[in-house]
Design a protein. Structure first.
Length: 184
């Protein structure tokens, strides 16, 4: 701030003279006022820059957190699908080992899906499944065959058009792939 100088005169001034010392003191006061103003401008600018920098850093961190959250959700969803299919596979194995599956329904569904209609076909079954199906009536053109290479619960239908396979591992893989695709 500029210093104000008051002079009291007992009579009307005829002239004024300013001493060198007074000029020096005025210069010092002006310089101090300029420095104070410059300091305040600099401080204000620095605070504003710091606030902007902090805001940018916070925005960057928020974006990184959002991206990290999205990646985590994707990974957790994928892992949940893999775990669910693995659990389903283990449950199927337990149920099949206990003989707790509707083999007749599986065979009839495979026959329907084969599209053979009344044409001849051969249904390949695991020996234990083959024994279970001996009392079930199918079309006269449908032949059951025991196949020691087959797993229990699996059905292969050979037709003049080709082979229809009902494989549990392949079915689980199809389910897994479809669920993973649905996540994408």
């Amino acid at each position: 701030m500029a210093a104000s100088l008051r002079v009291r005169a007992s009579a009307a001034p005829v002239g004024a003279r300013l001493s060198t010392r007074a000029l020096f003191e005025l210069d010092v006061e002006l310089d101090r006022a300029r420095l104070d103003a410059a300091y305040e401008r600099g401080r204000s600018d620095a605070v504003r820059e710091a606030e902007l920098g902090a805001a940018r850093a916070l925005d960057d961190q928020a974006a990184e957190l959002q991206a990290s959250t999205e990646r985590a959700v994707e990974e957790i969803s994928r892992d949940a699908v893999l775990l669910a299919v693995e659990i389903a596979g283990q449950l199927l194995k337990v149920r099949i080992a206990a003989g707790e599956y509707d083999l007749e329904r599986i065979v009839r569904s495979a026959l329907d899906d084969s599209g053979v209609g009344r044409s001849s076909c051969t249904v390949h079954l695991h020996p234990d499944d083959f024994a279970r199906m001996q009392e079930v009536d199918f079309r006269s053109s449908t032949e059951l065959e025991s196949d020691s290479e087959m797993k229990r619960g699996e059905v292969h239908v050979s037709t003049p058009r080709g082979l229809l396979v009902r494989d549990l591992d392949a079915a689980l893989e199809t389910v897994r792939e479809q669920l993973l695709e649905d996540l994408a």
